[in-house]
Design a protein around this ligand. Sequence first.
Ligand code: SF4
Length: 408
Amino acid sequence: MDTVLDHTSMYRLPWTLPDNAITWLEPTSSCNLYCDGCYRKNDPNGHKPLEEVRKELEVFRRLRKTDGVSIAGGDPLTHPEIEKIVAMVAEMGQKPIINTNGLALTMDKLKALKKAGVVGFTFHIDSGQNRPHMKGKTEAELNELRLSYARMLADVGDISCAFNATVYEHTLQNVPEILAWGQEHIDIVHILVFIAYRAAPVYKGYDYMVGGRKVDMSPVAYAIQEDRKTSIMSTDIVAEIRKRYPDFMPSAYLNGTERPDHFKWLLTMRIGTKERIYGYAGPKFMEMGQSLHHLFRGSYLAYTTPKTLSRAKSMLLLSPVDHGLAKTASAYLHGLLRSPGQLFKRLHMQSVMIIQPADFMENGALSMCDGCPDITVYDGKLVWSCRMEELIHFGDWVRPVIAQPDHS
Ligand code: SF4
């Protein structure tokens, strides 16, 4: 058991390969930025025709129940027919979520996407992106940019607003300040996602094999030669967050395919106002959300509406069944005694997700997210989107093995 978190006291998200909350659609591999740690080779001619996108959605419909579809890439806003793609996903009864760096988003585009049925945006913003006019900006300095997107979405209304940031060794210390900024804007920022930096370290004394043949990994977008830290764990991020928020308490997770006590997706639901976080929902609350959605809607829950998230007070009525909510309700009531004016303030929920992508194990095995939500389609099959470049280059997954000494 890890000393930071105990997975046995948390809710294991019920997501699987054929039945998941989320699915990953890549209508393009073209991007208008070059982010450090990106898994996809940027191809300016990488837009898929609508028919191809439709076929991929058909594969999902046939093989995988899903609530939300993350429309990613590349940057999906560079696709000339992105509105039609969003409409296609919505027509299939799924929630279209755009994963973008935001560069190509204008107010007119946003309104057109809303009309097409977009349910949410996840903006990837961090200091490893080489954004024009933003070079050298710290994570804190980028909060202004984050806020401008959050305000755009709030102005249009009823769209879920998420931000994700890759966490590098040198930006781990900045995670709490992004969280503090998120609290300040808890009314319009609904989800914060932190993704530990990963790459395939080809320097490490391993051979990379495909079907018994040794391959050269260097053309693969996520292969690196230099010595960089590629093993930040979710628990490292939690430990960092606790320096500022000592009570920070995740309640749901996805384990690794190689390790039951690895937190590949780690979900926290915090409850509070701009001034104070009163507490964190517990595992039973997460379980109820997933199970009831599956029972009544036929799929696991991906994105909650902004309206629901702003009704945290009514969620506290579930305190008798969830100890996290009970603790939160108690802190809230004590707060009201000290400052009764708080009663008239809205109480919000905000998700904090920590993702620990593929882990390179010492024996060469790769520990993936068990119940991967970011599964996409390649050649008619469901595949991990984070490793798709291996299929593009070699036609199959690469298997690292410890390099044998050369006795010749
Ligand atoms: S296995 Fe890869 S694609 Fe799937 S959720 Fe984990 S990091 Fe993302």
